[in-house]
Design a protein around this ligand. Structure first.
Ligand code: ADP
Ligand code: MG
Length: 706
């Protein structure tokens, strides 16, 4: 067998940025802010967008908003004091006029703008006080008889950082291209390269940094150019490989087998007021299978809101408890964690299992007690928020971590949690079960969750009727109040949700409060509760309990009730400002009703006029109650960063790839990845994988090391 083709190793490219001409330690440090640590990184610092400076625009043909190169002769230069002192310079080219406006300028600059001299500028055209103007254009004085040539290529615009100008970055990238491009190894295996039918790496890099003047700008802006796709495939593959590697490492680690004793499981199931659905049983078998192994489980449990993931998690936790180990259950919000505590309490206390509660709002004295109970093993099941993974908290024998509503935590937090899980010792690593109600299309899951096994619950518990969804203008609020009155008189309960209007807790609470007052007046004899994020946890809890117990018939709430809240008697849900919420969020909210046997209704109140996009969104909800379809549409309309929560955590931040646009690359990337990390990857395989991960994930390539 011939050895795998050895490509020029990256080591021929110097590691140090200072190897580049004009780069000293200070500039090198600035580049580090862009995650550029070496000349190779510069080649993979990809443009955000492009400007066309290859053409000269005539002044007579300009329109506001154009970003263009112009040229003209100076007619007039003047310093004016209207609202601010500014230098104005009027130029003309025989077809029209434009004013250049500078708020910051030097005497020297002013003097250089003499009448009759010629300027070439690049900037954005806008409407000014006296016709069109350009504010602080890039400019140079040029010779009228021998004007310098225009750019031959489109101009890339790079992500920038303070103290580092675009032209500087462009020059540096240019230098790196000239010197090192032909030394950059193409790390994709041949078969993937040919399946992609895309240009080679070097060609792709050259193109995205220096697109020819006739390149299709629209295509580039959309990220669909074959050269961009080539790079996107590499990037997706790097992420995928990195997560795969985590998975391989987990497989190789020691875990604690946690088989569930048959009798304990039977006792648990017997006490439930229902039997598990077929899907619940199936995923429980998956999980049981994992937990019986000698290496840690890493499983994602996906299932629509209300499908009954919690009870599956509880059934799975029994093995750990039976063996004298601890289980930690983490939920993203306090309210949700409280609900989990209540469910687990209901199910576990009769079995004599000891549950501990931990949240950020516990007083220090109370927290110390809980910490002690956790450290000495008295607490068997520990439920809470992020507080579960605070520093200083030591577990006695943590063997299983259950993360609820995973999508709220993002990729980064999920991975750091894994590190924390075993931070207390060299012992075996805990098993992990992560649960999410955000259904991720398979192609995306292949990449995002490559480190996890995936189980899906598609079936809802029997007897559930799909929630009827209507969209109404908020001018019909009066009719809706009447409807709530009717529902209450028939013994039903209703949620009235006042979601985010501004990015502020305070304003959100205010909106909820005024709705609360309005309803109290409009519904005499109906008991109405109010819950929002600014209330103390104890207060929220007592209101929630009163609603669950039927003491309140109407609950006015902010989006704090979004996930996991469970009151089967609630059959009417009104959502204000529905046009401003994302589809998945609306779907989650809607999932609070339709949990009992009564036909439930969800009213989406919107404020007219609706934008086209908002109309589409509301239509999706009216047409389907299938969370998978909702999520697909949400991805299409909003993009994955918003939907999956990767935007905030910034870890799966992609440079060229787009998880939706490039979803079709996922199968290719995944197949090739399998060959690469597998045993038969060939001599060059594993090294290539490491290089590829380092290239794209750079200093963030911690996926592989956790
Ligand atoms: P999820 O966490 O998946 O959104 P939950 O676990 O909160 O859903 O379950 C929603 C409700 O359905 C709970 O009241 C739960 O007790 C109930 N439930 C779960 N499984 C079943 C089942 N197989 N049959 C009937 N009700 C069930
Ligand atoms: Mg849930």
């Amino acid at each position: 067998m011939s050895p795998v083709a050895v490509e020029a190793p990256a080591s021929r490219i110097p590691e140090e940025l200072t190897a580049l001409k004009g780069v000293g330690p200070a500039l090198a440090r600035r580049l580090e802010n862009l995650n550029v640590y070496s000349p190779l990184d510069l080649l993979f610092l990809l443009p955000l967008r492009y400007e066309d400076r290859t053409r000269l625009s005539r002044l007579g043909a300009l329109a506001p908003g154009d970003r263009v190169v112009i040229e003209g002769e100076i007619e007039l230069t003047d310093v004016v004091f209207r609202r601010r002192r500014s230098l104005l310079c009027r130029i003309s080219d025989g077809t029209g006029l434009i004013t250049l406006r500078f708020f910051y300028f030097s005497r020297k600059q002013q003097d250089s703008f003499g009448r009759g001299r010629r300027l070439r500028c690049f900037g954005e055209v806008r409407n000014g006080t006296d016709g069109l103007e350009m504010v602080h254009p890039e400019y140079r004085l040029i010779s009228a008889t021998q004007p310098p040539p225009l750019e031959q290529r489109l101009t890339p615009v790079y992500p920038s950082t303070e103290g580092l100008q675009q032209y500087r970055l462009r020059t540096l990238v240019g230098q790196a291209l000239d010197r090192y491009l032909d030394k950059v190894p193409d790390l994709l295996p041949d078969d993937l390269r040919s399946e992609l039918a895309a240009p080679g790496l070097r060609e792709a890099l050259e193109f995205v940094h220096r697109p020819p003047a006739d390149a299709d700008l629209a295509m580039l802006a959309a990220g669909c150019h074959p050269c961009q796709r080539r790079l996107a495939a590499e990037e997706l593959r790097a992420h995928h490989l990195s997560l795969r590697r985590t998975r391989e490492q987990t497989r190789a680690e020691a875990g604690i087998p946690l088989p569930v004793p048959k009798k304990l499981r039977a006792d648990f199931l017997r006490r439930l007021s229902f039997s598990l659905t077929g899907d619940q049983q199936k995923v429980l078998r998956d999980i049981d299978g994992d937990l019986a192994q000698k290496h840690p489980m890493m499983r994602l449990l996906q299932g629509d809101v209300g499908c009954g993931k919690t009870v599956v998690a509880a059934a799975a936790a029994l093995g750990a408890v039976a063996k004298g180990h601890q289980v930690a259950i983490m939920a993203p919000t306090e309210l949700l964690a409280e609900q989990r505590r209540d469910s687990f309490g209901r199910w576990f206390k009769p079995l004599g299992i000891n549950i501990a509660w931990l949240s950020g709002s516990l007083k220090k004295s109370a927290r110390d007690l809980v910490y002690t109970a956790i450290a000495d093993g008295e607490a068997q099941v520990i439920i809470g928020t992020h507080a579960l993974f605070q520093q200083g908290l030591e577990y006695h024998r943590l063997a299983l971590i259950i993360v609820d509503e995973q999508h709220r935590f993002g990729v980064g937090q999920r991975l750091s949690l894994r590190e924390k899980g075993s931070a207390d010792g060299e012992g075996p690593r805990p098993h992990q079960l992560v649960m999410t109600a955000t259904p991720i299309p398979r192609t995306l899951a292949m990449i995002m969750y490559a480190d996890l096994e995936v189980s899906v619950i598609r079936e809802l518990p029997p007897g559930r009727q799909p929630v009827q969804t209507v969209a109404l203008s908020d001018q019909r609020r009066g009719d809706i109040v009447a409807r709530v009155r009717r529902a209450c008189s028939e013994g039903h309960r209703a949620y009235w949700v006042c979601p985010l209007i501004e990015e502020s807790d305070a304003l959100q609470a205010q909106a909820a409060e005024s709705t609360f007052e309005m309803l109290r007046e409009a519904l005499p004899g109906v008991s109405t509760g109010l819950i929002h994020g600014r209330m103390k946890a104890a207060m929220k809890e007592s209101v929630m309990k009163a609603f669950a117990a039927g003491e309140h018939q109407v609950l006015v709430a902010t989006t704090v009730i979004e996930v996991g809240v469970d009151v089967p008697e609630a059959s009417l849900m009104i959502i204000e400002n529905a046009e401003r919420l994302g589809l998945s969020q609306l779907h989650q909210l809607r999932g609070r009703v339709g949990r009992g046997a009564t036909q439930s209704t969800c009213v989406l109140l919107y404020h007219s006029p609706l934008s086209g996009l908002a109309k589409q969104r509301l239509a999706v909800l009216r047409e389907t109650s299938d969370g998978f379809r909702v999520a697909q549409q949400d991805l299409r309309l909003r993009g994955p960063g918003e939907v999956l929560g990767t935007r905030q955590t910034g870890l799966m931040q992609l440079r060229v790839a787009d998880l939706v646009r490039d979803a079709d690359l996922a199968p290719l990337v995944q197949n090739a990845a399998g060959r690469m990390v597998g045993k038969n990857a060939g001599a060059g395989g594993p090294e290539n994988a490491s290089l590829l991960i380092a290239r794209w994930l750079g200093q963030n390539s911690r996926y592989g090391s956790v």
